[in-house]
Design a protein around this ligand. Structure first.
Ligand code: ATR
Length: 286
């Protein structure tokens, strides 16, 4: 990271997030707090964009000299076709969550998985290298996480999913990066017995269905690391039950904060004020 902020023409950084729905996004609160804390002049705005207006919206951002923006549901995949350049993360994952506008060129990144791994390493594990990692779920969120985890060279990465074919397919897509396999969730008992780190990427346990867990807690070994991407609630039943089995637990808030922190650093080339960002997200819950 360079310490100097590259000044835009008007000395003011325009940033935002495009999605639909977007009203309840916590990104504006988090990034505006980050701009303030870092002493950077600018603003981050929520932008409601319908799918049929995606191209016009992206061209508009360029025309209005936005420095960059985040992309959320439902545009993460469709936006690929408007990028001039893709970072390796976005290319592998097949989705973009962060765009940098560099001299009229649109560069697409995916900071979700890398943000997740940075949060896991800051908050729960000293290393992923050599570990047996189990990912539950094989959807869009799992894709980003599997990519970033494999860069850390685990001993094995096993994907478990309700629909076995999706787990197998996801594993096949990432085979070039490491030892990754996909199975049906029915294999949970055998697979989890070997696990050092277990990560839930499904929505099972999310508000309002907070009494559910994606796998039986009986299959989680004592004392391992258990992580959940869900951050509403901050501690899912999977995490609470795992805590009672002496596991180290890790919730989803950190992933949200760090995907934002890495995006902030791509846009502004200054270190993201992670703690101020975390505080802002927590404050926006109340
Ligand atoms: P996301 O982008 O959040 O990953 P997604 O792409 O729709 O969303 O993927 C959802 C994931 O959660 C899938 O792995 C899905 O399993 P299937 O592939 O079998 O559909 C999983 N999932 C969602 N609800 C589930 C439930 N009630 N039980 C088990 N798995 C569930």
């Amino acid at each position: 990271l360079t310490t100097e902020v590259t000044r835009p023409v008007n000395g003011y950084y325009l940033l935002g997030v495009i999605g639909n729905p977007i009203a309840h996004s916590k990104s504006p609160a988090m990034h505006n707090a980050a701009l303030l804390e870092a002493g950077v002049q600018g603003a981050y705005v929520p932008l409601h964009v319908e799918p049929e207006n995606l191209q016009a919206a992206v061209m508009g951002m360029k025309a209005m000299n936005f420095r960059g923006f985040n992309v959320t549901i439902p545009h993460k995949v469709d936006i690929l076709s408007y990028m001039d350049e893709l970072d390796e993360s976005a290319r592998f994952i097949g989705a973009v969550n962060t765009v940098v506008i560099e001299h009229d060129r649109l560069i697409g990144y995916n900071t979700d998985g890398v943000g997740y791994v940075r949060s896991l390493k800051e908050e729960a594990v000293s290393t992923i290298e050599g570990m047996h990692v189990v990912v539950i779920g094989a959807g869009g969120a799992a894709r980003g996480i599997v990519y970033a985890l494999l860069l850390e060279q685990p001993q094995s990465l096993t994907i478990l999913n309700r629909t076995a074919e999706k787990a197998e397919e996801l594993a096949k897509d990432f085979k070039v990066l490491g030892n990754v396999n996909g199975y049906s969730i029915d294999s949970a008992e055998q697979v989890l017995a070997q696990a050092d780190i277990v990560i839930n990427t499904t929505s099972v346990g999310m508000h309002p269905h907070t009494d559910q867990t994606p796998v039986s807690i009986h299959h989680i070994p004592e004392g391992i690391v258990v992580s959940d991407l869900i951050y509403n609630p901050l501690e899912t039943k999977l995490l609470t039950d795992s805590k009672h089995k002496n596991c180290i637990i890790h919730g989803g808030l950190g992933m949200f904060v760090y995907q934002g922190a890495i995006a902030f650093e791509h846009w502004l080339h200054v270190q993201a004020p992670v703690e101020a960002m975390r505080r802002a997200v927590l404050a926006s819950f109340t």
